[in-house]
Design a protein around this ligand. Structure first.
Ligand SMILES: [Fe+2]
Length: 376
């Protein structure tokens, strides 16, 4: 770290440099020499300079031109430049100011004047350096804080998604006994949404919202939810209301993903031809997120094991989806789904069935058997 202020003295006459050095050196300044403009610009690149004493009349590039070139570099915008000149004409001084110099010193030198001007401009330079460093520190602090906030936000988002998964799983365990369905289904939705050209923020919102599509099952009686046989007409009408119950649980939220969760809960059983429920909405009356969720939900149900059925093969499931193009499903969504078939199958593989069966607790089984005997 340098301790002495460094002054660049530029003059084509060595005796002038020596004279200035003789005045400045005893004052504790370090002197860097340059015999012409080119050399001065080179010195600036390789030395940390605090002030320049620059002769005006030099062969080649004169002091005005050197000043202009120095000022072109943004980092030298505030570097003090004193033009040393024998000229006293106002016109030359104006030219010097226009070029960007800060002060003038007339030849022959007056030692006291020289030292006073140098000292004064070095004070200004020190103040400017302080401000520049302060601004840099402030900027890096802002960057650091912004990064911290970004990480905190990411953690909150991850925690929100985890909470949604766990709560949604709780509502699904009764009839599916696994959390893997909602993980796969929401990722299918996000992948289809991306293929359909939806923006990243909407895709992320769909990823967060889709797990809640069957939240309303929490309000359906267990006897209907887990009935191993076909539902009778009344039971079926009750079952269909899981869409409305789910939407009611989620409605009125300011959070975008919960608001979209309401839409998906309500619309994921609507059909493109208007034969779905609960609203019998048709075509684009069904919000796009509902149309996407419909295909993701059906594909996962087809390819998954259920208490009442074995999983269909991927091939058979894809055929069923294709058969529903334009009747059950939006044709564009079906096309997007088939365009990313490989990605869909990767997700299916990646989020296979959970090993963790939350109700699969030996003590619970024994107690339930006792309870059933007792209650029967
Ligand atoms: Fe559903």
């Amino acid at each position: 770290m340098k301790t002495k202020p460094v002054i660049l003295v530029v003059d084509d006459q060595p005796q002038n440099i020596e004279l200035l050095e003789a005045y400045l050196d005893p004052q504790g300044y370090e002197i860097v020499r340059a015999a012409n403009g080119e050399e001065a610009l080179g010195r600036l690149l390789s030395n940390p300079i605090d002030l320049i004493l620059l002769d005006v009349m030099m062969p080649g590039m004169d002091g005005f031109e050197v000043t202009r070139r120095i000022r072109q570099d943004d980092k030298n915008r505030l570097l003090p430049i004193i033009l040393v000149t024998a000229l006293k004409e106002t016109e030359d001084r104006v030219k010097g100011i226009e070029a960007g110099c800060d002060d003038f010193l007339s030849k022959p030198f007056d030692k006291m004047e020289l030292l006073a001007r140098v000292q004064s401009l070095l004070k200004v330079k020190a103040y400017n350096d302080l401000m520049i460093n302060y601004r840099k520190e402030l900027e890096s602090e802002v960057t650091r804080r912004t990064e911290e906030l970004k990480h905190a936000f990411e953690r909150i988002k991850a925690a929100s998604l985890d909470t949604i998964y766990r709560l949604s799983m709780a509502s699904e365990y009764k009839d599916e006994d696994t959390g893997a369905h909602i993980k796969r289904m929401s990722r299918y939705c996000a992948a289809i949404a991306r293929r359909m050209g939806l923006d990243e923020s909407t895709i992320e919102t769909i990823l967060y919202a889709a797990p809640m599509h069957d939240l309303g099952k929490i309000g359906i009686p267990d006897l209907i939810l887990v009935k191993p046989a076909k539902l009778d007409p009344v039971e079926w009408e009750i079952m269909k209301l899981h869409t409305v119950i789910g939407a009611n649980i989620l409605k009125g939220s300011d959070a975008a993903f919960i608001a979209l969760g309401e839409t998906i809960a309500r619309c994921h059983h609507e059909k493109w031809d208007g034969s779905g429920y609960p609203g019998g909405l048709k075509g684009t009356e069904i919000p796009i997120a509902g149309r996407i969720a419909a295909i993701a939900d059906v594909f996962d149900a087809l390819t998954s094991k259920r208490p009442y059925k074995e999983p269909f093969s991927v091939e058979k499931s894809l055929t069923i989806i294709m058969e529903g193009r334009g009747s059950h499903f939006d044709p564009d969504v079906v096309d997007a789904f088939f365009a990313i078939q490989d990605e869909i199958l990767t997700i299916k593989q990646q989020y296979g069935e959970d090993n963790q069966q939350v109700f699969d607790i030996p003590e619970l089984k024994i107690l339930l058997q006792k309870y059933n005997r007792f209650s029967n």
